[in-house]
Ligand binder design. Structure first.
Ligand code: ZN
Length: 354
């Protein structure tokens, strides 16, 4: 089986200070063909207000591109943009924003076959370069839809440095989750007599290592932002190469999905939810969680369920639901019994050590 003939890689990954003030020059350097092609910019109203200068300049640089504001990451919203792109002969979609905008723009570009340029305003999760979009379908239910990865990723380090710290911490959580995700991937491969894709595994492992072993502890520093943006992009590429989210998503993600689907009232970002899930996942896997706990302390990442209003009863139920949110996905949860006493013990430990 020659499975390495079907993946795409972005043509450009630029991580630069004030990159969004010269994004046209970056695009001209890498993909000159698209200069002059009809373009639209997808963003959110508060970002359009907040980054007025940069977004206006990008619109001007790309032939006075129309700026479209979305207010949620919905399937219908993405389809509406794709329809506009097809009818108006738009060739390029630029997404400027966080997860909601990038998932919408990525999917709209995928179905309309437009070139997609991704410009994140925060580094909150690895969706910026992943081959999936998570979109609301009906009544807040979310679906993960396969799609094409971006053609170009342009990260403005100044913009990321000015984003709320919680978003960067969320991106750190999504990166660190690869530790337990990779363990679960190997476990699943062993149980199904298949192999993990070694190259995708190595990329995801390097993504994790680059952040876990990073000497720079200042989250607003250019060095850290560069390392984290590359780590998130490499995670996305690992999924593209593996043709699966497995290199980046294991039992800790099942826990996060259980919160997202059954406890929408719990206000916790995706990356912090998977960081929280990674500690019990480590324990279930028979690994010590001490390294992760120390790491989260270093960056001030709060992983205590109590801090987010999660009670021991909810915590137990979330792990119960985690077993059923993605049927067919084999993780360590398939190998262990659901154990209330153990979960209570882990909950207490997390509250006390966070
Ligand atoms: Zn994730």
């Amino acid at each position: 089986m020659n499975q390495h003939t079907r993946f795409n890689l972005p043509i450009c990954l630029a991580v630069e200070d004030d990159a969004l003030f010269h994004s046209d020059a970056i695009v001209r350097r890498y993909i000159p063909d698209i200069i002059g092609q009809k373009t639209i910019v997808v963003s959110e109203q508060f970002l359009i207000d907040l980054y007025k200068d940069k977004i206006t300049e990008i619109s001007r640089d790309f032939g006075n591109a129309e700026i479209v504001a979305i207010d949620s990451a919905s399937f219908d919203g993405a389809v509406a943009i794709a329809k506009k792109v097809c009818i108006e002969d738009v060739k390029v979609i630029i997404g400027i924003g966080g997860g909601r905008v990038l998932d919408t723009a990525k999917y709209a570009a995928h179905i309309s076959k437009a070139v997609y340029i991704c410009m994140p305003t925060s580094l909150s999760n690895d969706s910026l370069a992943s081959p999936f979009s998570v979109l609301e379908t009906q009544d807040m239910a979310r679906k993960t839809l396969p799609c094409k990865i971006p053609t170009a990723i342009i990260v403005d380090t100044n913009m990321i440095a000015s984003a709320p710290l919680g978003q960067t911490l969320s991106g750190i959580g999504d990166t660190i989750a690869k530790h337990t995700a990779l363990y679960d991937w190997k476990l699943s491969a062993a149980q199904t007599s298949s192999n993990v894709d070694d190259f995708a595994y190595a990329l995801a492992r390097m993504s994790y290592d680059s952040v876990y072993h990073c000497d720079e502890k200042d989250l607003k520093s250019r060095v850290f932002i560069r390392i984290l943006s590359r780590a998130l992009v490499m995670g996305g590429l690992a999924m593209e190469i593996a043709d699966s989210s497995r290199p980046c998503s294991g039992s800790e993600h099942l826990f996060a999905h259980a919160i997202e689907e059954y406890y929408p009232q719990v206000k916790i970002s995706h990356g912090l939810a998977v960081a929280m899930g990674s500690i019990p996942a480590c324990i279930f896997q028979g690994q010590s969680p001490d390294g992760l706990i120390n790491f989260f302390h270093t960056y001030g990442l709060d992983f205590s369920p109590q801090s987010y209003g999660i009670t021991p009863d909810m915590f137990e139920d979330m792990w119960l639901k985690a077993r059923t949110v993605r049927p067919g996905r084999i993780t360590v949860l398939n190998d262990i019994q659901h154990d209330r006493a153990l979960l209570d013990e882990i909950y207490q430990r997390m509250v006390e050590t966070a």
